[in-house]
Design a protein around this ligand. Structure first.
Ligand code: MG
Length: 386
């Protein structure tokens, strides 16, 4: 008899972070401080385990007891499509307590388990489309930190440094609340112009602007970006209004990219692609509920002759680069002049997305997702488990 899922466990542990989020959820540099993370482990009856990191709140004990364990325990761990559908259908009656994040963490752990059992990296299981991918440097949001990202000149100097480090593309996140005087279309344009000036014409540049601009503000900003030969324009408006994005994409030459935060998984992405609300589609394991629906989104976009960019970093988003050639840029970040992105946190031996001097990230050779966990550290720092 083939193996079945024996246990689903969460260990909450303390680790050290050197960044923190502000009141609007934007990440900035901070002093080293203790934070809590969660390791979700799914183990089968043959002893194979799949592991993935998440936030403790996304995999609370009640989420495991009410949804993940009833749907997954005793099931074939390789039946990912069936198990994903079983979880996704439980969401309708769950009143919001079974999130796409939880669904995604379970799905990613099952992919990790499959890779480890088969002795293959997940990106190869997904199709082995390539062995490395170009990375873009994705900055943190603008701030008020001296020598940080406080002025258009700061963004220009940092973009230049990123290009010198090897990046072939840079994405700005400009000033957003609660930073004073944010948002400002004029200041966004000023920063984007300063960056173009600093890196010259041969570097692809993108902007992720304030997310609640009006249509007319978004159009003015988009027109400025296309004058500056930017590569894409991301989430200037609330993404719940697909009609607004269609209105914007109809009026701009620069590719409009989305959605990032819209619910509805791959189904919503089909609406964006089929109605012309974007020129480049988006997905991501934390946005759509795991690797399984993210791969669907990538192939959906492919069939519309569209690129599909993946939001966010990490091993599971990186593995998607093996599934399709229309995922052009891996988002490496968030980056800031005061933060060493290449330094692993204490619970990892190495980072999964090291970048070479030519701006490429090589897909990891290890079986599974390729995260290099320090399991001894995690065990020694575990403060709760369920
Ligand atoms: Mg974004």
């Amino acid at each position: 008899m083939s193996a079945t899922i024996l246990s689903i466990e969460v260990a909450v542990f303390t680790t050290v972070a050197k960044t923190a989020v502000d009141s609007h959820g934007h990440r900035h540099p901070s002093g080293a401080h203790e934070v809590h993370e969660a390791l979700l482990t799914i183990t089968d009856t043959d002893g194979a385990a799949g592991r993935v990191l998440g936030q403790p709140d996304h995999v609370r004990e009640s989420v495991l007891d009410r949804y993940l364990r009833p749907a997954l325990l005793g099931q074939d761990p390789f039946a990912r499509e069936r198990l994903w559908a079983a979880l996704a259908r439980r969401q309708r009656g769950a009143g919001g307590s079974l999130t796409d994040r939880a669904l995604g963490l379970a799905d990613c752990a099952l992919w990790d388990l499959a890779g480890r059992r088969l002795g293959l990296p997940v990106w190869k299981l997904l199709g082995g489309a390539r062995e490395r991918i170009s990375a873009y440097g994705s900055t943190m949001c603008g701030d008020e930190i001296p020598g940080g990202l406080a002025t258009p000149d700061d963004f220009a100097a940092f973009a230049r440094a990123l290009v010198d480090r090897g990046y072939r593309a840079v994405k700005l996140h400009t000033w957003m609340p609660p930073i004073p005087r944010a948002p400002s279309v004029d200041r966004d344009i000023e920063a984007c112009a300063a960056v173009r000036d600093a890196v010259g014409p041969g570097v692809d540049l993108m902007l992720d602007a304030y997310h609640w601009y009006s249509r007319t503000e978004a159009l003015r900003l988009g027109r400025a970006l296309q004058e500056l030969d930017y590569y894409w324009f991301e989430e200037p408006m609330d993404e719940a209004s697909i009609a607004s994005y269609r209105w914007l994409a109809d009026r701009l030459e620069i590719p409009v990219i989305g959605p990032e935060t819209s619910g509805g998984k791959n189904f919503t992405r089909a609406e964006w692609a089929s109605t012309g609300a974007c020129d480049i589609l988006r997905t991501g394991v934390t946005d759509v509920g795991g690797i399984t629906p993210a791969v669907r989104t990538l192939h959906l976009a492919e069939a519309f002759n569209m690129d599909c960019e993946v939001h966010g970093n990490g091993s599971a988003n990186l593995a998607l680069a093996g599934s399709c050639l229309n995922y052009r840029w891996y988002e490496r970040g968030l980056l800031h002049p005061h933060v060493d992105f290449d330094e692993p946190p204490p619970h990892l031996h190495t980072i999964v997305d090291a970048m070479d001097d030519d701006g490429f990230v090589t897909l990891p050779p290890q079986p599974g997702l390729g995260d290099d966990f320090d399991l001894d550290y995690i065990k020694a720092h575990t403060i709760a488990s369920w």
